[in-house]
Design a protein around this ligand. Structure first.
Ligand SMILES: Nc1nc2c(ncn2[C@@H]2O[C@H](COP(=O)(O)OP(=O)(O)O[C@H]3O[C@H](CO)[C@@H](O)[C@H](O)[C@@H]3O)[C@@H](O)[C@H]2O)c(=O)[nH]1
Ligand SMILES: [Mg+2]
Length: 238
């Protein structure tokens, strides 16, 4: 039987927080053509210890922020009501492109406001290429991103793993890939899509230097650290 204890209830939102029950993104298309954004998660039944009760849309900007209310059965059998906000920007893909002969990796450098506002000196982050899937499958998306950002036509892809990068608050699962490249695969200048506001510098970095950059803090992007360390564990330059 369900038991609710008041002290288990977690109040995450102030009373004045606005939530949206109808309008673009819910019962009519938003500027990105989306509807039903408040229905995501309502039908989840895979875990019998979780009963979703309500989904509210708290923001319908570029991406989507939801507040979900659910009952959660603790390990001791007691039920508690919880609210969790989740930031949903879809899934992403990322890739380590490496030249096994020259022993280099291809990295990007671009301005990242969220890092800048959180103490990064100038917000110019060095990262492996990557991006959101949008409507593509992960392989198609990562080939597209490598082409757009690095100017590389990717040959054989190696799937590494799929990881939740911030599972307490962000729904995104990132599909990780690696691929060897050579000078012949460099077909364009890269740089990203100017129309989307992208201005990406392509860096060809000796792998040994990339590892130094990871140690001394010049590389501070999680997916980049993961792939550079994976390369060491896998011995791709051995
Ligand atoms: N106008 C507008 N544009 C945005 C906004 N947020 C992102 N964009 C634009 O949307 C595009 C997204 O580019 P992608 O290459 O698809 O994504 P990314 O930002 O490089 O990487 C994303 O995926 C990675 C891998 O999953 C993540 O690691 C990374 O944090 C990010 O979510 C970029 O042009 C970016 O400027 C926004 O709020 N407003
Ligand atoms: Mg990108």
């Amino acid at each position: 039987m369900k038991q609710h204890r008041q002290e288990d209830r977690m109040i995450d939102q102030p009373e004045h927080a606005s939530d949206v029950r109808s309008g673009p993104g819910l019962d009519s298309p938003d500027p990105r053509g989306r509807t039903g954004l408040d229905r995501v998660g309502r039908d989840l039944t895979r875990n019998p210890d979780v009963i979703v009760k309500d989904v509210e849309l708290t923001s319908t900007g570029w991406h989507v922020l939801r507040r979900t209310t659910f009952d959660f059965r603790r390990r001791d059998g007691r039920w508690s009501e919880q609210q969790r906000e989740t930031y949903d920007r879809g899934n992403g893909a990322t890739i380590l492109l490496y030249d096994p002969v020259a022993r280099t990796v291809l990295l990007t450098k671009q301005f990242r406001f969220p890092a800048y506002v959180n103490e990064h000196p100038d917000g110019m982050l060095i990262e492996v290429a990557g991006g959101l899937l949008d409507d593509d499958d992960p392989e198609t998306a990562i080939r597209r991103e490598a082409e757009e950002e690095l100017g590389v036509t990717v040959g054989e892809l190696r799937h590494v793993f799929d990881l939740y990068m911030s599972p307490g608050s962000v729904t995104e699962r990132v599909h990780f890939y690696a691929a060897a490249y050579s000078g012949n695969d460099l077909r364009g200048a890269g740089g990203g899509l100017e129309d989307d506001g992208e201005d990406i510098e392509v860096l060809t970095v000796p792998y040994a230097v990339a590892l130094e950059m990871l140690k001394d803090g010049r590389i501070v992007d999680g997916k980049t650290v993961i792939l550079l360390q994976w390369a060491a564990l896998e011995g791709i330059f051995a």
